[in-house]
Ligand binder design. Structure first.
Ligand code: C5P
Length: 216
């Protein structure tokens, strides 16, 4: 039996993948999973308990007890939460604890869009449509800087670029489910694109995958 029409959108921070993923979900009338938010919540809740981010047991307990209601906290959308997320995301038991929830999206009969770092490689390798969205670090830093200063966070462009480089290195270099392009994912470099242009390009890639899936 063919798998549901699931779209995975992986890539580094501020590549445009979040916007692309939510537009694709709206196009297809399906739910979207922002898997980064799960790791942000685990990091944020652990820090709020005053625990060490390298305390694997405590981090795993938080991941195991995570509820959907806890995800709506706006504190998890901040720059600091992104850093906490990438620190707890290196722990294999934390990733294992979050696996089932993520996998359930990939089994929805109506399909879904999954946004993250390892959606196409680990969570849903059977997905019929896979994108790996990226952009040059300088471009991503500028986008993130505009977004954060727009939300009133006082940050410099240099600090954001440094954050991005550090996060790319940690996410791509870790042993547990490192961020990487799946062999069958289409690479979309948005460095020279507006977000509308990038979303259109993504839509075309997904339409082609959908036509192949319908024929299969
Ligand atoms: O995408 P977002 O910036 O919200 O992700 C925050 C962090 O969570 C990433 O830098 C990464 O360390 C971690 N993450 C992950 N696997 C995912 C999604 C996010 O390791 N599928």
């Amino acid at each position: 039996m063919k798998p549901p029409f699931v779209i995975t959108v992986d890539g580094p921070a501020a590549s445009g993948k979040g916007t692309i993923a939510s537009r694709l979900a709206a196009d297809h009338g399906v739910q979207m999973l922002d898997s980064g938010l799960l790791y942000r919540a685990v990091g944020g809740l652990l820090a709020a308990e005053g625990k060490d981010l390298d305390d694997v047991e405590a981090a795993t307990a938080v991941a195991e007890g995570l509820t959907v209601e806890q995800l709506s906290n706006p504190a998890f959308r901040t720059r600091a939460a992104g850093e906490l997320a990438s620190r707890v995301a290196v722990h294999v038991p934390v990733r294992n604890a979050l696996f089932r929830l993520q996998k359930s999206f990939c089994l929805r009969p109506e399909g879904a869009v999954l946004d993250g770092r390892d959606m196409g490689t680990v969570i849903c390798p059977e997905a019929p449509a896979k994108l790996f969205v990226t952009a040059r670090p300088e471009v991503r830093a500028e986008r993130r800087w505009k977004q954060l200063t727009g939300q009133g966070e006082p940050v410099t462009l240099e600090d954001i670029l440094e954050d991005i480089r550090k996060r790319d290195e940690r996410d791509g270099g870790r042993a547990a489910s490192p961020m990487r392009q799946a062999d069958d994912a289409v690479l979309l470099d948005t460095s020279e694109m507006t977000i509308d242009h990038a979303a259109d390009a993504a839509r075309r890639i997904v339409e082609a995958a959908r036509a192949r899936w319908e024929r299969s």
